[in-house]
Ligand binder design. Sequence first.
Ligand code: MRU
Length: 362
Amino acid sequence: MIVEGQAQRTIWVDRDGWSVNIIDQTRLPHRFEVVTLRTLEQAAHAIQAMLVRGAPLIGATAAYGVCLAMRQDFGDAALGNACDRLLSTRPTAVNLRWAIDEMLAALYTVPKAGRVEAAYARAAEIADADVETCRQIGVHGLPLIEQAAAVHPGRAVNILTHCNAGWLATVDWGTATAPIYMAHEAGIPVHVWVDETRPRNQGASLTAWELGQHGVPHTLIADNAGGHLMQHGLVDLCIVGTDRTTATGDVANKIGTYLKALAATDNGVPFYVALPSTTIDWRLENGFDIPIEQRSGEELSHVTGRTKWGESVTVRITPKETPVRNDAFDVTPARLVSGLITERGVAEASREGLVALFPEHG
Ligand code: MRU
């Protein structure tokens, strides 16, 4: 996608041929800063501290983390330890385990001396495949926006999204945003309601930034405003991402997604979830078995922003002694999901719907 008029991905191998560049998303929207990862520990830290985040990008970064580990030591023990370290970073997005499994499968079969080269080759494939997968999500999601546009000729299609399931959460295109970018490029007028997405504000700081860079009309709204806008006919459809979707179509996504799905259902607004198949956990039947990440209470008790003098400051907004609980994700039951937009088409949110598109998992 576009930053300052230039095409940009979220992760790429440096000109030196081995170190890995990422965009430090904790600095956005105020600073566009590229960070270079040179060790396994730096890659693990980047995922854990959320310099990179979003299910598909976590997976791609983990793949490159294995590459960096192999440069340090390509033995079996080092490979196992590297995978364990990366898997310990964040629990909910299943793309992390998927990418690690892919790397293990690629590396165990090659002679140890060839592991570094094989690791970089597989990581590059994973990153490139993510771009194409997200593009296909766009292709399959576009007709949903076209249909909404046909119902209201002459006005923009209003799409509500939560958190950041944009290109910053993937290698490129995004999941929820891919159909939106495609509609925008096809000249269909779209307007995005961007949930701020407390507590880390990925909507306010990341989705608003990337839509703005790409020239897509959007408006930031408070997390609690979506239901009200739906009641007033101001939302045509919702499209969100997911960190893990069960084989039966239950969807874990950023905390607050479930409330939007409830409001959408109550108001007859279609509620779509966009995802690459790497986000489906075929082993799970029940969304409530998805591990929900618990994050630091400081994300709630403090906010960080930029003063008018350009200084970045973090301030407390609660009494010092207030206890805080910070569940990072929630689960939206399949019954509230109108459809799952995947790289192979739009599936009904059910085992039958998913297996019809992915018969190899039947
Ligand atoms: O905690 P985050 O910022 O990693 O959460 C990200 C989300 O919830 C996204 O919506 C999800 O990963 C889908 S990304 C295409």
